[in-house]
Design a protein around this ligand. Structure first.
Ligand code: HEM
Length: 131
């Protein structure tokens, strides 16, 4: 009788560990380049504290694969760019693969000082911070 009870406990612990492993692995996924990508529904601090180098950002310099860094934050703005969501039109392409702080804050002549709403919109594309 005691033996069956023990088997039951071992099975229960096994199920619990499996559930933990599955839910844990859904938080992030790898893009095959060793970079941690955000999950579909999550914007956790774990992801926003992920560090990236400028070289990594420079590798994503196309409209369909557009990463940028603004004021030390790192963003994947590909969906915003390809979705034609930018009120400033194709000028946003200047940001792909570079540090766009001066463009976004208007310090560069090609850019413009953006509103706090624009900055809030930027937040939803955050991948992490610049190393
Ligand atoms: C860094 C390169 C960028 C450049 C050169 C740029 C340029 C511009 C320009 C010229 C306008 C004015 C449009 C008009 O004539 O009314 C504008 C507006 C706007 N842009 Fe950008 N933009 C950049 C990046 C971004 C990013 C990354 C976002 C957000 C994800 C963004 C969001 C907006 C919004 C919401 C507006 C409307 C005005 C405002 O709220 O500030 N832009 N942009």
């Amino acid at each position: 009788m005691k033996k069956y009870w023990l088997i039951g406990v071992v099975m229960l612990v096994g199920i619990m560990l499996t559930v933990l492993a599955v839910t844990g692995s859904q938080k992030t996924s790898s893009n095959g380049k060793g970079e941690v990508m955000p999950s579909v529904n999550g914007q956790s601090t774990e992801i926003t504290n992920q560090q990236y180098t400028l070289a990594q950002i420079q590798a994503h310099n196309a409209a369909s694969d557009c990463w940028t860094t603004i004021d030390g934050g790192v963003y994947n703005i590909s969906k915003f760019v390809t979705g034609g969501m930018h009120p400033g039109g194709s000028r946003i392409l200047l940001a792909c693969g570079v540090d766009a702080t001066d463009l976004f804050t208007g310090k560069s002549p090609m850019g413009r000082m953006h509103s706090s709403m624009a900055r809030m919109m930027l937040n939803q594309y955050k991948l992490g911070v610049l190393e």
